[in-house]
Design a protein around this ligand. Structure first.
Ligand SMILES: Cc1cc2nc3c(=O)[nH]c(=O)nc-3n(C[C@H](O)[C@H](O)[C@H](O)COP(=O)(O)OP(=O)(O)OC[C@H]3O[C@@H](n4cnc5c(N)ncnc54)[C@H](O)[C@@H]3O)c2cc1C
Ligand SMILES: Cc1cc2nc3c(=O)[nH]c(=O)nc-3n(C[C@H](O)[C@H](O)[C@H](O)COP(=O)(O)O)c2cc1C
Length: 778
């Protein structure tokens, strides 16, 4: 095959040498516009995993690169006059020039043809090539030429950064945050050879402009950074090697995703690789890793399918399929990390104390969890746990270890919770005429004995026509009230848990079948008229609701008030107003479901008017020492719907009206939604609302184990974690998670003592087996 790589960065060079090595008969050429020793940029970092695969594919290159590596373990934070350091993070850094020269030499050794100082204008310059690798970086000309086919989606991010170097040799990956009269600047600093460290300075566009950096030339902006980070630089200067860039040399990061990566141009197959196909923000330092991994995977597919030109189409298809998954995973983590640095000033730096700020920074991508931090630096993590627990008023646990974050107590108004875990409301569709029966008593009772500090029965509807299904719970008559009294009494008298009630009105999502007969499908018999913000049905064949009149609103408010009063009378400890998931109050909040032209539609203020009327009415009858939480859909996951920004506006309004907690759910407002699922997927919305609006929050959604909950609570992304489905699988979820993380202070029901002993012994045995050397090697 004849292969041409346009661009001699890490992607082009590494692919060229791998292919030549696999099959020396290939004719491989790399065409680079720069000279061999010309390159901008300073050092890049690699993970151990990338090195491991490089060792497998070409031990010679890996060995030379490893010789040139600088390895370091520590991360140091410089913040608010403090320096905090943790260890065990394992990075390697190498100068970009050095790495490219190693790759160039290896290419020559293997017989790759290297052409320098030739700027490729068009892939048509290589009509004889069977395969053209477009490894020409983020501003790829080839990608631009075939934009109609590759469909690149480039999102220019708001922050500004400049990539500098310094001769100060840092012995830790250092993050230095400095506040000016206009806001925060951060620097990302890491050493990559015996003399030099990379020094990236970043800030928001607002702060950048407020300081007039946009009008500075490179020397002025470097002088500005030297002054700002003078303490950390310790008399050293900053250097630029991007003299080719005009103006101040500050850049905006562009996040790139392409819909397609390859194309046949009539003569040759053209494929995007490295930064020309996708980018990952430098906050997780994975751009070079992605480029190298692309090169490895494409070579791997040629090995698997065959090195002949007749296989190229199949190889490219397989390459794209495999790489897309990994790239999406890295880009996802990079997005979290990038967003953290975009909002860090006002969201975290202004408010968090250095200890928690450090924790939040270390876990910014949500890839590094609490237990992962323990593996890296157990001493630092235990110190942080102790710091956190002391602040939460938790004495050390019986075995002397600090209480893990999720097991620390939490108080709001007069409510005192033993830990941070809430059993989230979950509709069971098992009531008759809204009355809780023995199923509900046992269901809730078992979970209250299972260790959650607070349990919520499912959404309880305030009138018969407020129900989602005929099987939903209600609180509009005495029979229901008495049945709830029995449930609440059981929880209070027989368990250490507290119990809350979630009051709601189904709105346009009412009169549907129970889940196992058809979620959201209208009931065939015995339905009732529906009311919503506007007369828009949920599904095309759903009952069309009536747009609520003033009379409807007054009646519904009165129903909420009655249910709230009775909830207090039967002893519920906290009330949650359900303003999420497209039910009535949520339908008022979302522009997708509220098209009213009166004072209840339009602006945020108008859309929130009725939900706030209901909130204020229940707050007025609900005792002052009992809290109220409000559940919001913090993202409609639909074009034109509410975004987390809108949710923050509503959260602020509810906070000002007296809400104590915002329970941050998302979606279910319209059927045609496009949620992005993943571990702890809704937690970023809770983080935003808690730290920007300064209101306590509950995070919910795929928080499935102690490790997740500990990370969320420790980082200050939420005050409480609501756990739903894991509680269906395991009523004793919290007891089991406590045992798994070795938290000795968890109280079990005294009747279950022997079960606890056996469970904990079983875990200890399994851990001992896992830690033992494999048979025959002892
Ligand atoms: C501030 C900053 C910090 C970074 N830090 C890290 C880090 O710590 N770790 C990490 O892994 N990554 C980091 N990266 C990302 C990393 O630099 C890139 O992801 C990586 O270099 C991508 O490799 P590539 O081969 O795809 O593209 P590039 O390295 O951009 O190489 C493209 C090559 O193509 C050449 N070229 C372009 N057009 C033409 C043409 N028409 N004709 C001929 N030649 C052409 C260019 O001169 C260049 O040599 C960082 C990026 C930035 C901006
Ligand atoms: C069977 C079931 C019923 C649910 N019913 C309700 C409900 O009545 N009220 C509510 O606010 N959320 C309800 N939810 C959503 C959960 O409270 C929770 O937000 C969601 O399941 C995500 O949490 P998880 O990933 O821990 O399951 C329900 C979820 C499930 C699985």
């Amino acid at each position: 095959m004849r292969i041409v790589c346009i661009g001699g960065g890490p992607a082009g060079l590494y692919f060229a040498l791998l292919m030549k090595k696999q099959n020396p008969a290939h004719h491989v050429t790399v065409v680079e516009r720069n000279r061999p020793f010309d390159t901008f940029g300073w050092g890049v970092v690699f993970s151990d995993a990338t090195m491991q695969s490089m060792r497998q594919w070409d031990p010679e290159t890996a060995a030379t690169i490893e010789d040139a590596f600088n390895h370091w373990d520590d991360i140091e934070l410089v913040f608010k006059g403090r320096k905090i350091r943790t260890t065990g993070h394992g990075f390697v850094g190498i100068g970009r020039k050095k790495m490219l020269n190693i790759l160039q030499e290896r290419c020559l050794e293997l017989g790759v043809e290297l052409v320098f100082e030739r700027e490729v204008q068009d892939d048509g310059e290589f009509p004889e090539a069977d395969l053209i690798i477009s490894s020409d970086g983020v501003n790829s000309r080839t990608r631009a030429k075939y934009a109609e086919i590759f469909k690149p989606d480039m999102l220019i991010r708001p922050n500004r950064f400049i990539w500098l170097g310094t001769e100060k040799r840092f012995d830790a990956f250092t993050f230095d945050f400095q506040r000016t009269e206009h806001g925060w600047f951060q620097s990302h600093i890491y050493r990559f050879d015996d003399k030099t460290s990379t020094f990236i300075v970043e800030t928001t566009d607002e702060v950048f402009k407020a300081h007039g950096i946009d009008k500075m030339d490179q020397d002025q902006s470097i002088a500005f950074c030297e002054k700002l980070f003078a303490d950390t630089l310790d008399g050293h200067s900053l250097m630029s090697n991007a003299r080719h860039l005009r103006g101040s040399a500050w850049l905006n990061f562009g996040r790139l995703i392409c819909e397609k990566w390859s194309h046949f141009n009539g003569n040759s197959h053209v494929v995007l690789m490295g930064d020309s196909a996708h980018t990952a923000h430098f906050a997780i330092g994975s751009g070079t890793k992605l480029a190298i991994d692309d090169a490895i995977e494409l070579t791997n597919q040629f090995n698997r399918i065959g090195h002949g030109r007749e296989n190229i189409a199949a190889v490219l298809e397989a390459y794209e399929e495999v790489r897309r998954i990994d790239v999406a995973r890295i880009q996802n983590a990079a997005r979290n990390a990038m967003e953290w640095f975009e909002v860090v000033g006002h969201r975290y730096a202004d408010t968090l104390e250095p200890e928690q700020f450090m924790y939040s920074m270390l876990t910014r991508s949500q890839r590094i969890s609490h237990e992962n931090l323990r593996l890296r630096d157990p001493v630092w993590l235990e110190g942080y746990e102790r710091w956190f627990a002391e602040r939460a008023g938790a004495p050390a646990s019986p075995n002397g270890h600090p209480v893990p974050p999720m097991f620390t107590p939490y108080s709001v108004r007069g409510l005192k919770l033993a830990n941070r875990i809430v059993m989230s409301p979950m509709a069971m569709y098992s009531a008759t005429d809204g009355v809780p029966d023995d199923f509900h008593l046992v269901h809730i009772g078992a979970r209250a004995m299972g260790g959650a500090a607070l349990v919520f029965p499912e959404m309880t509807c305030v009138s018969p026509d407020a129900r989602i299904t005929p099987g939903c719970l209600g609180l509009w008559n005495e029979e229901q009230k008495e049945a709830f009294r029995r449930m609440v009494a059981f929880v209070h008298e027989k368990t250490p848990a507290k119990i809350g009630i979630q009051l709601g009105h189904a709105g346009r999502k009412g009169a549907t079948k129970v889940a196992w007969e058809g979620t959201d499908q209208p009931v065939e018999h015995g339905g009732w008229p529906l009311v919503s913000a506007s007369a828009i049905p949920y599904l095309p064949h759903s009952v069309v609701p009536r747009a609520a009149t003033r009379e409807d609103m007054d009646r519904i408010t009165a129903d909420f008030v009655r249910a709230a009063k009775w909830s207090d009378e039967v002893g519920f400890d906290i009330l949650e107003l359900h303003c999420a998931h497209g039910y009535l109050l949520s339908a008022f909040l979302s522009p997708l479901t509220n098209t009213r032209d009166d004072e209840y539609g339009g602006s945020h203020e108008n859309r929130a008017r009725y939900p706030l009327e209901v909130f204020r009415a229940i707050r007025a009858v609900w005792p002052a020492d009992k809290p109220i939480s409000v559940r919001l859909s913090t993202n409609d996951w639909h074009e034109g719907g509410n975004t987390p920004e809108d949710a923050a506006v509503f959260a602020k309004m509810f906070k000002e009206a007296g809400a104590d907690l915002i329970d941050c759910s998302a979606g279910q407002v319209v059927k045609d939604e496009h949620p992005v699922y993943g571990r702890m997927w809704q937690t970023p919305f809770s983080d935003k609302i808690r730290n920007e609006i300064q209101v306590p929050t509950i995070a919910v959604g795929a928080i499935s184990e102690a490790d997740h909950a500990n990370s969320v609570i420790a980082a200050g992304r939420a005050d409480l974690c609501a756990i739903a489905r894991p509680h269906l699988a395991d009523p004793a979820f919290v007891l089991h998670e406590a045992a798994k993380v070795g938290y000795a202070g968890q109280v079990w029901p005294k009747q279950y003592y022997q079960g606890r002993v056996q469970y904990e012994t079983g875990l200890a045995r399994a851990a001992a087996v896992a830690a033992a050397p494999p048979a025959g090697k002892a």
